[in-house]
Design a protein around this ligand. Structure first.
Ligand code: SAM
Length: 275
């Protein structure tokens, strides 16, 4: 028998969906993990009762994390994904033929295990020979890396539990050190309706470290408010100055070369958060 599940976004508001059945549930060493089958969105991963990804709308987030920086960097060869255990960002990274190596560092091996089992369309490229999977704390991995990566993509949970350190200025400074001299990073930075302060703080911190810092948006219906932000920090290349010749054909459902630049056009109330 199906039930209605609500992810509370504030004390007074939530997003509700019909769940046909629970496929797996467990308390891992780091977080509560639920894999459910929903009527509208297909199989869905929840961590600590928050929607992480769903079969129907996952392409938006995964494409927008990966393709903006990978088309901005002229030759991304060595890419790191912090978090991202469902494998969706890695799948998108591998669409770029310049990429020789993609490393995924997720703290929780259970996310990878159950994504492979119940979300194979998302996790299916984790076995690719160009991919190395490490079960480790992304903060520590970054702290121990120097001048190594062309692009770093932070696909973390919200700043609670194991991901708290991934939203600190020390982490962004570590990312700068882990990147090569012309490196770029992107982090998911939540939504401007309920997490305005977080966006303001992250932009302020990243701006103090990276000469080029910008915010861009995507529409993700299963995430709180549906309007999602990404913060990009770049040492050299500006995502708004990518020339037309730089774009090549890859298969996408959300990202386009026009959207590459349009995603940076912000509504006034979002502009005000990052002034
Ligand atoms: N796209 C989702 C969102 O925006 O809500 C998040 C996807 S989920 C796959 C994020 C991943 O970050 C989880 O698998 C979690 O285990 C991982 N994670 C959380 N804290 C981490 C840390 N300190 N180091 C590495 N991975 C971490």
């Amino acid at each position: 028998m199906s039930i209605w599940y609500t992810e509370k976004q504030t004390e007074d508001f939530g997003i509700t969906m019909k769940v046909n059945r629970t496929l797996h549930t467990e308390q891992t060493e780091f977080q509560k993990l639920d894999m459910v089958e929903t009527e509208e969105w297909g199989n869905m991963l929840l961590l600590d009762d928050m929607v992480m990804t769903s079969k129907k709308d996952e392409f938006v987030y995964h494409e927008m994390v990966a393709h903006i920086p990978l088309f901005t960097h002229p030759n991304p060869e060595n890419v790191l994904v912090v978090g991202g255990g469902d494998g969706g960002v890695i799948r998108e990274v591998l669409k770029h033929s310049s990429v020789k190596k993609a490393t995924l560092v997720d703290i929780d091996g259970k996310v990878i295990e159950y994504s492979k089992k119940f979300l194979p369309e998302i996790a299916g490229k984790l076995e690719d020979p160009r991919v190395e999977v490490k079960i480790d704390d992304g903060f520590m991995h970054i702290a121990n890396s120097e001048n190594e990566y062309d692009v770093i993509l932070v696909d973390s949970t919200e700043p609670v539990g194991p991901a708290v350190n991934l939203f600190t200025k020390g982490f962004y400074a570590g990312i700068s050190k882990a990147l090569k001299e012309d490196g770029i990073f992107v982090a998911q930075t939540d939504n401007p309706w309920f997490k305005a302060d977080l966006i303001t703080e992250v932009q302020r911190d990243v701006k103090e470290i990276f000469p080029i810092t910008k915010l861009y948006l995507a529409n993700i219906p299963t995430y709180p408010s549906g309007l999602w932000t990404f913060t990009i920090g770049s040492k050299k290349y500006d995502p708004l100055e990518v020339s037309d010749e730089r774009f090549y054909e890859i298969e996408t459902k959300y990202y386009t070369k026009e959207l590459h630049k349009a995603a940076f056009v912000l509504p006034k109330f979002v502009q005000d958060l990052i002034k």
